[in-house]
Design a protein around this ligand. Structure first.
Ligand SMILES: NC(=O)c1ccc[n+]([C@@H]2O[C@H](COP(=O)([O-])OP(=O)(O)OC[C@H]3O[C@@H](n4cnc5c(N)ncnc54)[C@H](OP(=O)(O)O)[C@@H]3O)[C@@H](O)[C@H]2O)c1
Length: 444
């Protein structure tokens, strides 16, 4: 039961697309998926660092030269698919927006900014409506969970979510895959094993409960998440933002494992209302983008599912410590596809279908009422608890004021206090070896 996605882009208007980070793991998948889905590309502009200028990428049989990623490269571009790391996005995405592009950004740079929609296609498409030039693509381990959690929430109300991840080395880019390949070969050949660079500890025949930096009193993720890694905080806070559940109780442990492609997640959900494993199976089997294992033995592994598009859910069973109102699930997906490139291309399809390539004028931007329905209402305990920094506030209908982060970014990337924080985080990421941290952007 491993179907290969055959869906095609349902849009017809042709657009000019720039892929920022075109030579990277996510970038090369973006180009492949644009082609696979027959996205109506008028012109493709592959952009990367100076290192790649002179090289070529292949798109629809055509060899296209890689250009230097610089502000002028975005002239005449409609959609930018950005995956060159947080520090590059921080500098170049505002330049693209200034030139009239809409940017779908794969880095963590803008995800938690209130004015930037954070979208998983098929889960919260309506959020694209309020974009002001940037739409963020969530972290790979967040993206694969969203259709599953949304379906369970709508059926039985999510009360609490506990996730442990088993994340492949491709989540740390090409450098991560090279390190696993090389150090495994060195180990089996009894050669000296190179010191870890892409990871904090040796990854061959090992696992590492440390992805991205450790947080302490982080202004974006909040004091509640002190001692968590930023990867774990992203999973928690991005889930709350995408599902519009700012008070969702959630905890996570993120672990890097010696798997090339495909992230796996052990998920425990506490539900407001009883839901049997059989009903959950039937519900998830009907959920778009989800494939459910056929019985106990039909579980999924990352090596078997890499290269395919669905989110695979198996081992659905009652949580024996919370009989009737808790479930355990095993969720596997290709982190480079649904977790990154496929979702970005699907967001681009939504934009073209809805004719939202240009942002709505700010004065017309109405935020739909997001007060939780009865089933979403937080428990008394939650109502009493302090709101966390990453919680998305519930909003009554109101007009967004044109004074927020995105515009400041566009006007002056140097002066925002949040940006200063982001620079620090980017530096920390760089030091930690996580792929969100890319080399210092090319100066133009
Ligand atoms: N891997 C995943 O599963 C995943 C999932 C979701 C999001 N992401 C995010 O996507 C981004 C890219 O990840 P990746 O795995 O594709 O990394 P990668 O394989 O290391 O690729 C990085 C890309 O960025 C380009 N780049 C680096 N520095 C640049 C600069 N100064 N100016 C212009 N281009 C520059 C590289 O170009 P050169 O080849 O010229 O160096 C390359 O094309 C990261 O922010 C990551 O967190 C990754």
């Amino acid at each position: 039961m491993m179907p290969q996605e055959t869906s095609q882009s349902p849009v017809s208007e042709t657009v000019t697309v720039a892929v920022l980070g075109a030579t990277g793991l996510v970038g090369s998948h973006l180009i492949r998926i644009l082609e696979e889905r027959n996205f109506p590309v008028r012109t493709l502009k592959p952009l990367a660092s100076e290192r790649s200028v002179g090289g070529h990428v292949t798109f629809k049989g055509e060899s296209i030269p890689v250009e230097l990623a610089c502000p002028e490269a975005f002239e005449g571009v409609d959609i930018v698919l950005a995956s060159a790391g947080g520090s590059v996005s921080e500098t170049l995405v505002p330049e693209a927006v200034k030139r009239g592009c809409v940017v779908i950004d794969n880095t963590s740079c803008f995800r938690m900014k209130p004015d930037v929609p954070l979208v998983v296609a098929g889960v919260n498409d309506d959020d694209v409506e309020r974009h002001q030039g940037i739409i963020a693509n969530p972290n790979c381990s967040t993206a694969q969970l969203m259709s599953v959690l949304k379906a369970l929430h709508e059926a039985a109300g999510l009360k609490r979510v506990v996730v442990s991840t088993y994340q492949s080395v491709s989540g740390a880019g090409k450098a991560g895959m090279d390190e696993l390949r090389n150090t495994t070969r060195q180990s089996v050949n009894d050669e000296t094993v190179a010191e870890p660079k892409a990871f904090q500890r040796p990854i061959a025949f090992n696992l590492i409960p440390h992805i991205d930096v450790f947080l302490e009193n982080d202004p974006v993720y909040g004091k509640d998440l002190d001692g968590y890694t930023k990867e774990e905080a992203k999973l928690i806070c991005e889930t709350r933002k995408i599902l519009h559940l700012p008070d969702l109780k959630m905890t996570a442990t993120a672990v890097r494992v010696p798997v090339m492609i495909g992230h796996s997640e052990s998920v425990t959900v506490d539900l407001e209302r009883a839901l049997s494993p059989q009903k959950a199976e039937r519900l998830l089997a009907k959920t778009p983008d989800v494939v459910v294992g056929d019985g106990v033995m039909d579980y999924h592994t990352p090596a078997e599912t890499a290269g395919t598009d669905p989110v695979y859910v198996s081992r659905i069973r009652r949580d024996s410590s919370n009989m009737g109102q808790g479930l355990n699930l095993w969720v596997v997906s290709d982190n480079l596809r649904i977790g990154a490139a496929l979702n970005a291309v699907r967001i681009a399809e939504v934009l073209v279908q809805r004719e939202r390539l240009k942002p709505l004028p700010l004065e017309q931007l109405i935020v739909e009422e997001t007060t939780p329905s009865q089933s979403e209402k937080p428990s008394e305990a939650l109502l009493e608890s302090e709101p966390t920094a990453c919680a998305t506030p519930n909003t009554k209908r109101h007009v967004i004021q044109p004074t927020q982060d995105v515009l400041q970014h566009v006007e002056d990337v140097e002066i925002s206090a949040i940006e200063t924080h982001d620079e620090r985080v980017a530096e920390e990421e760089k030091a930690s070896g996580e792929s969100c941290a890319m080399p210092t952007p090319h100066k133009n």
